[in-house]
Design a protein around this ligand. Structure first.
Ligand SMILES: Nc1ncnc2c1ncn2[C@@H]1O[C@H](COP(=O)(O)OP(=O)(O)OP(=O)(O)O)[C@@H](O)[C@H]1O
Ligand SMILES: [Mg+2]
Length: 363
């Protein structure tokens, strides 16, 4: 199903602007999704994710910018002429129809004959691994099964692109994690382009080939999960993806992105770091340092020391709350079972890290 061939499933958003009164819901966003790619739109509530998705779907029309699907500009094309599949947060199945009738419905709307409708609906149902359940009503299915039916209904007419807006947020954690992998496998198997909205960073990291991070309608960064985690380009991305310590300070001299800098910390002392973006002289700086990138070693006379205020054991790792380094509280995370030094509360430790793991941003 779908088109992995060439450009059929490509989606391009060019300079998209959408305002609602005084609110810039989408503020000059440009991004491109390749055919067969899985892109997540990730950001906090109100960052413009749904508005971008609805503009691609044709339910919102932009104030500026263009939408292209395949080679074709569709900015003003009505939704039913865009040949996209959609799955929403809440189950939107027709309660009075059987599962199979629900899935066949879009084919009926497209004038497909009864026999072919049924055959294709059965195939789509098998694709989401619910082959035996075609005769049931939606109310007789679990939440996860209902979302699978919604997916089957969205792919039954073989759209080039599948748009999903928080489709798993109504499910409990275990089922949600199962469905994340399942949707990912389904997408790879049928080779469809997916644009998936979520505010859950773990979900985006698990599922997506690339992630577009949004804040206040602006695209902060677009990259692979690894890019975003290892090389965030803004303080927002560093704070939003994964967990991080932020140490505040100032820079005496301006620095270009990638340059080594020494940040004078507000809490006293200094911290060598890499400029993650161009930094102005004298401006406020935030240095991001991930808890698991801080190595915690037995104290020696040399180096940066800290006192362990608290040690929180969580099975797979122990989180240390540290005081006295860089003049502010810090967190460090020690993975379990690696034979690493696990200090007790009250102990003084030495901290070590790679210079490249301390990334300096404009505050
Ligand atoms: N129809 C509308 N009328 C007025 N304002 C709107 C409308 N739709 C969205 N907005 C505003 O536009 C901004 C972006 O909304 P959007 O729904 O795209 O965010 P979102 O990232 O999907 O958030 P959430 O995670 O809460 O779903 C918000 O400030 C929202 O209040
Ligand atoms: Mg939304």
């Amino acid at each position: 199903m779908g088109g992995t061939d060439g450009l059929a499933g490509r989606v391009a958003v060019e300079g998209l602007v959408k305002r609602f009164g005084p609110v810039n819901a989408v503020d000059h966003v440009s991004l491109e999704v390749s055919s067969g790619e899985f892109l997540a739109l990730l950001g906090p509530s109100g960052s413009g994710k749904t508005t971008i998705l609805m503009s691609i779907a044709g339910f919102e029309f932009p104030d500026a910018g263009r939408i292209l699907i395949g080679q074709e500009e569709v900015t003003w094309t009505p939704p039913n002429r865009r040949n996209l599949g959609m799955v929403f947060q809440r189950y939107t199945l027709f309660p009075h129809m059987s599962v199979l009738e629900n899935i066949a419905f879009p084919l009926k709307m497209r004038g497909v004959g009864r026999a072919e409708r049924e055959e294709r609906a059965r195939a789509a149902l098998a694709t989401v691994r619910l082959g035996e359940m075609g005769g049931r009503r939606p109310a007789q299915l679990s939440g996860g099964q209902q979302q699978r039916v919604a997916i089957a209904r969205a792919i039954v007419y073989q759209p080039r692109v599948l748009l999903m807006d928080e489709p798993l947020s109504a499910l409990d954690k275990n089922l949600r994690e199962e469905m994340q992998i399942e949707i990912k496998h389904l997408q790879q198997r049928i080779g469809i382009t997916v644009i998936f909205v979520t505010h859950d960073q773990t979900e985006a990291l698990t599922m997506a080939d690339r992630i577009a991070v949004l804040d206040h309608g602006r695209l902060q960064q677009l990259g692979t999960p690894r890019d975003l985690y290892e090389a965030p380009q803004t303080a927002f991305v560093a704070g939003f993806i994964g967990e991080t310590n932020f140490c505040e300070g100032q820079l005496a001299q301006a620095a270009a992105s990638g340059e080594s800098v020494t940040v004078a910390l507000t809490g006293g002392g200094s911290l060598p770091a890499i400029a993650a973006e161009a930094l102005p002289a004298g401006g406020r700086i935030k240095v991001a340092l991930r808890p698991e990138r801080l190595r915690v070693l037995p104290a020696t006379a040399e180096g940066t020391t800290a006192r362990v205020a608290e040690a929180i054991y969580a099975g797979n790792a122990t989180t240390l709350m540290l005081e006295g380094a860089f003049g502010q509280p810090l967190r460090a995370r020690i993975p379990a079972g690696a034979g690493l030094h696990e200090p007790r509360p009250g102990e003084t430790v030495r901290l070590a890290w790679q210079a490249a793991d301390a990334r300096a941003f404009r505050a």
